[in-house]
Design a protein around this ligand. Structure first.
Ligand code: CTP
Length: 395
């Protein structure tokens, strides 16, 4: 842990006193702690005690001339290996979930590209409020790791979930987040995502339903583990995840070309919903309606990107495909594993309402070793778990 650096944001809640004990544990482990104390946090612990334990200056103001001159808010979040929010109040969670940046703490959270661990602490009714539930789900989907809250008697006299996790539990979560490190550093991954669009004429296309969310989340999760990720994406409305280089394509043939150009790679994850067929020809002029009725569209088969990468001379060490199925999900996935020559198929039951275009996914990983069923989880969580499984498979 030595030489790791943490940016610790202390929010305003009675649990703030426990943040001091957390600092002590972190410092004992050789971790440098740079503190941000919110205005509300300063009602519960003094800047002096926090500063003394951290052996560093306490940062508090976004528009303080001295603070900004010494260490701008962007620098503050960049210099850390990890950002920890303890206590994470309902207000801090709401700001972070919505991207608000109206003080130093929320601005640092918005400006960071580092992993974030939050230890929520609030009254039980605030924790259970639908707004906090929404913010919690959104932050988890954004990749924030949570520790606690715990259930128990609260300072306000009520009982229930909302107590901040004990400093030791937070310390362990921090240690786990710091040591997971970047196991895929130095490894290249190709990820295909989104649909392809196959032109019929200059204004019409044949395409598939695909939001691209799962593929983008996987690209982001692989990059978070240190992989050098090339995301080959069909048309989507999504922004490229941090640290990923995106190549935008339209057709299956362009997607294949971009994937081949990105070889050699250790990892390929084909999530794209590639159109199986494309119109044989696409003129330069729009097809007009006429007396002859609807025009016949002759189709030809598109290249299979997953199968091509699986059989390529420079085959990535691990090739993963997806199978979007509505029936006999696992049997079809097994057949697909054979047919495509890949190592794993992530079988995805799209007959479950809310999967297509939605935020959650229930998948099973099918490989020669058997089947591993995962519980339904947000797509970002499925992505992180898959990225970790990939990292374990490629020592
Ligand atoms: N795939 C691909 N190139 C294609 C078609 C599919 O790379 N031309 C990949 C997808 O990205 C996915 C996997 O193959 O990883 C399975 O795609 P799917 O559409 O479920 O399977 P198909 O091969 O199209 O089979 P079918 O339509 O018969 O289910």
């Amino acid at each position: 842990m030595d030489q790791k650096r943490i940016l610790l944001i202390v929010g305003g809640g009675i649990a703030a006193y426990k943040a001091l004990e957390l600092v002590r544990l972190l410092r004992k482990a050789g971790i440098a702690v740079r503190p941000i104390l919110t205005r509300a946090g300063a009602q519960f612990v003094t800047p002096l005690s926090l500063s003394a334990l951290c052996e560093d200056k306490v940062y508090a103001e976004l528009f303080s001339l001295t603070d900004e001159a010494e260490m701008g808010h962007i620098e503050l979040s960049r210099q850390a290996d990890l950002v920890v929010v303890a206590p994470a109040t309902a207000d801090l969670m709401a700001k972070a979930a919505n991207g608000l940046a109206d003080d130093l703490a929320s601005t640092a959270l918005l400006a960071t590209d580092k992993p974030v661990v939050m230890a929520p602490a609030m009254n039980v009714r605030m924790w259970r409020h639908p707004a906090t539930r929404r913010n919690f789900d959104r932050l988890r989907a954004d990749g924030v790791a949570f520790v606690g809250p715990e259930e128990g008697a609260m300072a306000c006299g009520e009982y229930g979930p909302g107590r901040m996790a004990e400093p030791l539990a937070i310390f362990e979560a921090v240690a786990a987040a710091l040591s997971s490190g970047r196991p895929l550093a130095g490894k290249r991954a190709i990820v295909t995502a989104g649909p392809t669009a196959e032109p019929i004429d200059p204004v019409r296309v044949i395409t598939n339903r695909s939001s691209g969310k799962q593929g983008y989340a996987i690209a982001g999760a692989l990059a978070a583990l240190g992989a050098d990720v090339v995301l080959v994406s069909g048309p989507t409305a999504l922004a490229a995840p941090a640290g990923v280089s995106r190549v935008e394509v339209e057709t299956a043939r362009e997607m294949l070309e971009a994937c081949e150009a990105a070889l050699p790679a250790e990892i390929a994850v084909c999530v794209a919903a590639v159109a199986d067929w494309r119109p044989e020809s696409c003129g330069t002029r729009k097809i007009k309606k006429g007396a002859a009725g609807p025009p016949p569209i002759a189709l030809v088969e598109n290249p299979d990107i997953l199968a091509t990468l699986s059989r390529a001379e420079r085959r990535p060490r691990l090739v993963v495909g997806f199978a979007a199925e509505t029936d006999d999900v696992e049997a079809n996935a097994k057949a697909k594993l054979q047919k495509k020559g890949c190592d794993w198929i992530v079988a995805n039951d799209v007959s479950v309402e809310g999967t297509m275009g939605g935020e959650a996914n229930a998948v099973a990983i099918v490989s020669a070793a058997g089947i591993e069923r995962w519980e339904r989880a947000p797509k970002a969580e499925v992505a992180r778990r898959l990225a970790r499984k990939i990292a374990e498979a490629l020592p």
